[in-house]
Design a protein around this ligand. Structure first.
Ligand SMILES: [Zn+2]
Ligand SMILES: [Zn+2]
Length: 174
């Protein structure tokens, strides 16, 4: 569950905690949608006590998620490699001058779970394409144009012509 007791490393800065865990995370919710995780996140790295008071976690998470191509809607495997460097501050030490980039922890319990989950969600790309030259779907018949052209006549579908047509039709009615 990515929770670590840092009492020892706060007492002795020579001690290093090794992080190596595979998260049981079949999917994540993102923007109201479930995104399937097809290769479970492997979280690794080290927790060190650099300056005697603030443990630092340096590490990474590697996973593969499945998202639809934003043009043709076919599923795409999206590999993510996230790298972290995060300091954690004991709640007792939070003062007026605390560095807001540091996460706060209590009772020697450093919880990387929430931190890593957040980072994974931040790492989800806004859009993916199955390939750079994906032709997408025909807006008229919905055919996947990567599989070949359809028989739709796009000239009629140009919205500028539509606007002109309705303008002319409106005139003719008067
Ligand atoms: Zn595509
Ligand atoms: Zn078509």
């Amino acid at each position: 569950m990515l929770q670590y007791n840092v009492r020892d490393i706060l007492a002795d800065p020579r001690i290093v905690i090794t992080v190596e865990e595979t998260l049981d995370l079949p999917s994540i919710s993102y923007g109201g949608e479930e995104i399937a995780i097809t290769q479970a996140p492997v979280v690794s790295g080290k927790i060190r006590n650099l300056d005697g008071t603030m443990p630092e976690y340096k590490g990474s998470a590697e996973l593969v998620m499945r998202m639809p191509c934003s043009r043709c809607m076919e599923d795409v495997a999206v590999p993510l490699l996230l790298e972290f460097s995060q300091r954690f501050l004991p709640a007792e030490s939070v003062g007026d001058d605390w560095d807001e980039d540091a996460e706060v922890f209590t009772e020697y319990r450093l919880d990387l779970q929430d931190f890593v989950m957040n980072e994974i969600i931040l790492g989800v790309p806004m859009k993916v394409v199955c390939r750079e030259d994906c032709k997408g779907l025909c807006p008229k018949c919905g055919r996947n144009l990567n599989e070949g052209p359809c028989n739709c006549d796009f000239h009629e579908e140009d919205p500028r012509w539509d606007a002109l047509k309705s303008l002319l039709q409106g005139k003719n009615k008067d």
